[in-house]
Every structure is written in C-alpha cells, then in structure tokens.
Design a protein around this ligand. Structure first.
Ligand SMILES: [Zn+2]
Length: 387
C-alpha cells in the first residue's frame, strides 16, 4: 500500500466517531493496520474493560535519545451542537478543515502517523515514537498505563511533544487538576427540630466554605516562581454544580456537588486532594456525632498532574529550535503532558497545530496553514533524528 498523505490520514481518523464514552478500537484497528501495511509494528495497551486501547510504535534504531509524538484518539461529543457540516467528514472550505477532532487533536495525530511512516524510510540515528491514547477528554487518567508501557518497552526518548492545539507555540506549563464528586448524606427531620437532624446542604457548605478560605489564602500569598506566569498565579478551588434538598422545612437528606482544584506547578495535586479528603473526614465526624450513618462521601473522578516548566528542558529546546518561538507560554487547560513528565520522567512540552478556541466547538476547524506548519515541524523532527 502506498503511503497516505497527512490529509488522507486525517480524513480516515475523523471518520471514526471516537467519542470518549465509546470504543476507540475501530480507530486503533485502522491505525495499526495502516502502520503494518507500511512495515511498522505497533503495540496496543488495552483498557481494563477491553473496549478501548492505547497504541504505541517506534521507527528507527532502538537507542535512547529519540522523540515521542503524543496525541489522543478520543474526541468530545457533538450532541446538541449545531453543526453545518457532517462532523465525521473532513470538509475543506476557505482554508479551513472542518470536522470533529480536526483541531483537538486528530490533525496532530495524522501528522504524527505520517511522520512515523516517513521516518521508517529515512536513515534515522535516533528513534521516532508514537503515543496514541484514549480517554484524554475525560480526565487524562488512562494515559498513565501508556506511559508505563512505553517506559518499560522502548528505549528512553529525550523529548515528548504533546500536540495539543497551541498554534505551534511552545507551551511549557499547565496547571494540574483534581476533581471530586461529593455526595453528602444527611438525616431528615422537620427543620424545627434542626438540632436532631443533619442537613446535607449545610454540611456541604462547610466543605465549600473551606474551599473559599483556601482560595483567599492562596490569593494572598506570594506566588511560587513556577506559577508566576499563570493567570491567576495560584491554586484555585471551585464548585461548579450543586443540588440537594426537597423542601424548605426538611433538613436535606442528600446534597451532591462537584469540587475541582486547579493546582499550579510547584504544588502537589495529591497533597491538595489529601487536604480536601481530610476536611471531608472532619466534617463527617461532626455529622456522625448527631446521627450515625451520615457522611460526606468523596469520589475522585479526575487527576491531572501539572506540566512544570523545566530548566534547560530538551523538549523545550527542540520545539523552540523547530518553531522559532521564544515566547513564554503556559495554558489553563490540562493535557497528558504532566503524566509523561511526572510518571515517565520525560522532558515534555506542548506544541501542536490549531487554536484551542476551536476545540470542542460546533464546526470545529483547523486551518490548512496550521496543518502545513505542523507538517513542517514534523520534517524538522525527522531531520533532528537523522543528525
Ligand atoms: Zn485535546
């Protein structure tokens, strides 16, 4: 089979509706089959439930010092969005490529797959590695398995490029994140007998007030140097959804809310998570003094380590040389970069085509110009590996 162009690969990838809640196996099957048709072996890392898989591959000599191109295969849903084109077909119009995932981030995936195929035919002195994940859009948790598999099976790469849309700017940091679903389970009595009941709403308010106090404390202290470029330059805690109670005169039996924490580099998301859990346990103790069986139940549903700007990082140096970008960029969205950096010990930056503003939108698009800039970047990657 002759090699496909990056654009042809993009057409194929977008045609798979690989929404995070659904399987990505048809997409992985296709990528694995296409790579095999080009003489490239690849390895799956199946999800625990078996309905999804990560995929990694390597071309070039099996030596240390290569480059990893990291992308995710999943996309966000199109439900309820007013698309003017078929989201699962790439439509080119006025210099733009429309389709779900064109920007976030099948455009980069297509470029990375095309680069791998080209790399297999060129005299590389160091390897090019592909990391294609699932479940990025639902909390970036799954990629840990992929990172561990690659560390265990492949020679250690010198740099990881996470191709999330950055307009080909070199992004060296983002905040980490932790999310909890909280279910306060109180005890219903008539509110006139408040002292014998446990209001799930009012107990929830204690944890929410704890979050408010942490925000005020964080805002008041001097930012750590690794956080200085962020807006705001401190860790924030936020409750974006809450529901509970049945009547104004009944202590609420149930209250549910979501607590998210955006943690700056230089601070440990695990420590923040532990602090929230400790506060929840303290509140539960008070609830149970009034009525046993009541509690604040806290379930963690996402964790994303921060991407920390590196001192003299190899990935940053590479991406700056290839793009000519010397600006300081940090972003407010989470990526899988933190896992590569923290779990894999890889030097990591974000650099990919397209603007995050178009991600997740109806009529998501990637400009042809950015797609071409991404391909020029891949040529630079291949030349670097030949040197
Ligand atoms: Zn993305």
């Amino acid at each position: 089979m002759t090699a496909l162009s990056p654009r042809e690969i993009l057409d194929r990838l977008v045609a798979f509706p690989s929404v995070s809640r659904d399987t990505n196996l048809p997409l992985v099957d296709w990528v694995q089959g296409y790579l095999a048709s080009q003489g490239i072996a690849s390895t799956r890392v199946p999800s625990p439930c078996g309905t999804k898989a990560h995929l990694y591959a390597q071309v070039g000599p099996a030596v240390d010092g290569g480059i990893i191109l990291s992308g995710h295969s999943d996309v966000v849903p199109v439900d309820g969005q007013a698309w003017t084109t078929d989201p699962w077909t790439v439509v080119e119009r006025d210099g733009r490529l429309y389709g779900r995932g064109c920007c976030d981030m099948k455009g980069f995936d297509a470029l990375a797959i095309a680069a791998l195929v080209e790399g297999a035919r060129r005299p590389l002195n160091r390897p090019l590695q592909l990391a294609l994940s699932y479940d990025e859009e639902v909390g970036c948790m799954a990629v840990a398995d992929l990172v561990h598999a690659m560390v265990g099976a492949l020679p250690k790469a010198a740099a990881v490029i996470v191709g999330e849309p950055s307009m080909m700017k070199v992004v060296t940091g983002h905040k980490g994140g932790v999310g909890f679903r909280v279910h306060a389970q109180g005890y219903e009595v008539h509110s006139s007998l408040l002292h014998t009941g446990v209001s799930a709403i009012m107990e929830s308010a204690r944890l929410i007030q704890w979050a408010n106090e942490r925000n005020a404390e964080n805002a008041a202290k001097a930012p750590n140097p690794l956080a200085a470029d962020f807006v705001p330059p401190f860790t924030t805690l936020h409750v974006g959804m809450i529901e509970g109670g049945t009547a104004h005169n009944i202590t609420a039996r149930d209250c549910r809310f979501v607590l998210e924490m955006r943690v700056v580099p230089g601070e440990d998301p695990e420590a923040w998570a532990a602090a929230a859990l400790a506060e929840g346990a303290r509140i539960t103790e008070g609830m149970q003094r009034i009525h046993p069986g009541t509690q604040l139940q806290m379930d963690r549903f996402f964790r994303v380590p921060p991407l920390t700007p590196e001192e003299n990082g190899a990935a940053e140096a590479l991406a700056r040389r290839l793009t000519g970008d010397n600006g300081n960029h940090v972003v407010s969205y989470g990526t899988e970069g933190g896992q590569f950096q923290v779990l894999g010990g890889y030097s990591t930056v974000i650099c990919g085509p397209g603007d995050i503003a178009q991600a997740h939108q109806p009529d998501e698009w990637l400009s042809v110009e950015q797609f071409q800039a991404g391909w020029a970047f891949m040529q630079g990657v291949l030349e670097t590996l030949e040197a």
